[in-house]
Write a new protein. Structure first.
Length: 611
């Protein structure tokens, strides 16, 4: 199969184009020894297929960061595990093609066949300008395709060009020996011949004057974040209730149709009580990831990075660190990996050490369960939910703590001078709903894959521990009482009670202790553990798990558990990625110790403060 590298400068619509071309036929390219994992997709028309590799965006093949080095090495054919592509699909921004042409001048000298796809041509026309793609074809000697990725216009032509192998070698190649200044001179001469510039985008300038203003931009940022957190509760609640009702119906059906006590216990507690209690939180995780995608697609994220650059500087970081840290709110793993966009080693290391403190989506189910259990549903000022305000405060607390850790590291281990922060603002544009849909489907698959593998295995293991050894003298008891006695006399209870004295100062009983310990495999397993341990109470009361916990947990205990989860590094995968990115187990070990001490201390303070 022909392999084509998809390349472009940042913010040219490359990811949108890639999603439009490949749809759901894409996966993470797990190449041996590759830490910046490119996305691999397939374009298929009839019986012909082409493999696409979406490489990190670069301005030049003279790499200054590790993600840029990956792109440069792959295109030059010197990467140890990714073979040199057969051709290149270069994505060019029609609104500002100058830097794209400079990149083209470097790629053309590599001897690879090229197809150029020009994006955002609709924006050029809307401003009264024009882009002469035919003239560019005659100047460069390669096939040029104009597309509007967000609307899918021109995508079919690109697909046919890919599978029909209508590839040509560049007609004009800039000397390899040319300086960057000479390349820019050449690029401007091409632009003067093929681009008619339209009127200045006054709407974007007006929006930027507000969103980038030191005062109004900050207010807008706070409002956007407030809507962000409020929506996680309000928008997801109807669907959550629907899922809870569906799970309850399944539990009732199982209870009515399975008479064997062991099998009934396995299905209701090991499967439904464990995995089902986690699936309930799928709506929040989807909303979180969709909102982040929308902010990125519409062009706001880069501006938010610029806006917080000064604030990041207070903690020894730069605005470029904002993007990995924000990405960590979805998952710390891609957040740590995306820190490769930071050229400075010291800034990159400080950012990586801060990422575990960002509130990832794995913490979200735990937060929502406990906040729903111990925080009232009242409002502030009549429209701000108290629960949403607590949720936002947990996010802020984690983020500030991570930044403070970065500050300490930048003033000790990673002391260095300030590195200039340069960022290019993408144009404001409507999001591609197809890209958003692909993101939703991908995140759903990831979540359900975790629920169907790690959490399922844990649920089965925990169920075995709760069923062994079999309790004596329970035959004459009612089923609910018998199940409670069984859990109290099980190996799971023995483990929890043996370790519980360590966490007793935090207010944790053996059940909470067992749930917290289970979270060191994956944070979501706390929900699974609670779903199984409290399964008898849920079945008896006909209430959701959070309502059962509402009756069981005092306020100070619930807040203590929340404080612990704000800080604790409970993700083996994150530690493995941190080791791979830093090249040593020293840094994940240090991060684990720091976060555990912070988690224990914060939980102790909160428990006693609200006791």
């Amino acid at each position: 199969m022909l392999t084509v590298a998809v390349v472009g400068t940042p913010n040219v619509g490359k990811s949108t184009l890639f999603n439009e071309l490949t749809g759901l036929q894409q996966r993470v390219g797990n190449f041996p020894g590759v830490t910046v994992e490119p996305i691999v997709g397939t374009v298929t028309i009839e019986k012909s297929s082409v493999s696409l590799i979406d490489l990190p965006g670069v301005y030049s093949l003279s790499a200054v960061s590790e993600d840029e080095q990956l792109t440069s090495d792959v295109l030059r054919g010197v990467h140890p595990s990714i073979p040199k592509p057969d051709a290149v699909l270069l994505v060019m921004n029609g609104r500002s093609p100058e830097k794209c042409l400079v990149l083209y001048s470097q790629i053309a000298s590599l001897g690879l066949p090229i197809i150029v796809v020009v994006t955002m041509v609709d924006s050029v026309k809307a401003a009264g300008g024009a882009f002469d793609d035919i003239g560019l074809f005659h100047l460069l000697g390669v096939n040029i395709f104009a597309v509007v990725g967000t609307k899918g216009l021109g995508i079919g032509d690109v697909k046919h060009a890919l599978v029909q192998e209508t590839w040509t070698q560049p007609l004009f190649v800039v000397d390899e020996k040319a300086t960057i200044e000479e390349r820019f001179v050449w690029a401007r001469s091409v632009i003067d011949r093929v681009v008619i510039r339209g009127a200045e985008d006054t709407k974007s300038l007006f929006i930027d004057r507000i969103l980038l203003h030191p005062v109004w931009g900050t207010v807008a940022f706070i409002l956007i974040m407030a809507v962000f957190f409020q929506s996680i509760f309000t928008w997801a609640q109807p669907l959550m209730s629907l899922i809870e009702d569906g799970i309850k119906l399944v539990q009732i059906s199982v209870s009515n149709h399975i008479s064997h006590p062991i099998l009934r216990s396995f299905v209701m507690k090991g499967l439904i009580g464990g995995v089902g209690s986690v699936i309930v939180f799928l709506p929040q995780i989807l909303i979180l990831n969709v909102l982040i995608t929308l902010l990125e697609e519409c062009g706001y994220l880069a501006r938010a990075a610029f806006l917080v650059d000064r604030a990041m500087g207070l903690f020894g970081l730069q605005g470029r660190s904002f993007i990995p840290l924000l990405g960590s709110f979805a998952c710390a793993i891609p957040g740590i990996m995306s820190a490769r966009i930071i050229p400075s080693y010291r800034d990159r290391m400080a950012t990586i050490m801060a990422t575990p403190l960002m509130t990832c989506s794995a913490r979200l189910p735990v937060y929502i369960l406990l906040i729903g259990a111990v925080i009232p549903t009242s409002t502030i000022f009549g429209f701000i939910s108290v629960q949403a305000a607590v949720m936002a405060s947990l996010y802020v607390l984690g983020a500030l703590s991570g930044l403070l850790i970065a500050l300490v590291l930048k003033r000790t281990m990673f002391r260095a001078g300030v590195v200039p922060f340069l960022i290019e603002f993408p144009p404001y544009r409507l999001p591609s709903w197809k890209s958003v849909g692909i993101t939703m489907i991908g995140r759903t698959k990831d979540f359900l894959r975790t629920a169907g593998t790690v959490i399922l295995a844990f649920s089965i293991g925990l169920w075995i521990l709760t069923e062994l050894p079999r309790a004596q003298n329970v035959e004459s008891m009612q089923r609910i009482d018998a199940e409670r006695v069984q859990i109290e006399q099980s190996y799971a209870a023995d483990i929890g009670k043996a370790i519980q004295p360590l966490f007793a100062p935090l207010g944790f009983d053996w059940r909470i202790t067992l749930g917290v310990l289970s979270s060191y495999a994956a944070r979501e397993t706390f929900i699974s553990a609670m779903g199984q341990i409290y399964a008898t109470d849920v079945s008896e009361s006909d209430l959701p798990l959070r309502d059962v916990l509402h009756n069981e947990l005092p306020l100070n205990v619930g807040l203590s558990v929340l404080a612990f989860y704000v800080y604790a590094l409970q993700c083996v995968s994150t530690m493995a990625i941190m080791k791979r990115e830093t090249g040593s187990w020293k840094w994940p070990a240090l991060s684990f110790v720091i976060t555990f001490v912070l988690a224990y201390g914060a939980s102790l303070i909160v428990y006693n403060a609200f006791g």
